[in-house]
Design a protein. Structure first.
Length: 94
């Protein structure tokens, strides 16, 4: 089955990738060709393994998003993990 859209060369940031909807989104984005930066309080090992089985790269960033405090750090770390400074990407200021 082919993906409905092609995300090859893109990096997706997904919160809550440990299970449920977040895990499903992370795996679907990887299936469409994106590498994934997974964010959460604990490492989503099963999700990261699934992303790898799809032939995509994944990175985990630990953050508790119960407050907005870690958002700036999260964006900085995600950009570093993706190997970009954000050029050519749209970022909403929080």
């Amino acid at each position: 089955m082919s993906a409905a859209f092609d995300l090859t060369g893109k990096v997706a940031l997904v919160t809550g990738a440990n299970g449920g909807i977040g895990q499903g989104i992370a795996l679907a984005l990887a299936g469409a060709g994106a590498d994934v930066v997974a964010v959460g309080r604990s490492e989503p090992r099963e999700t990261l393994l699934g992303i790898g089985k799809l032939g995509r790269k994944s990175t985990f960033i630990s953050a508790d998003l119960g407050t907005s405090e870690p958002v700036e750090r999260l964006v900085t770390e995600a950009l570093a993990a993706a190997g970009t400074s954000g050029g050519g990407h749209f970022w909403a200021q929080i």
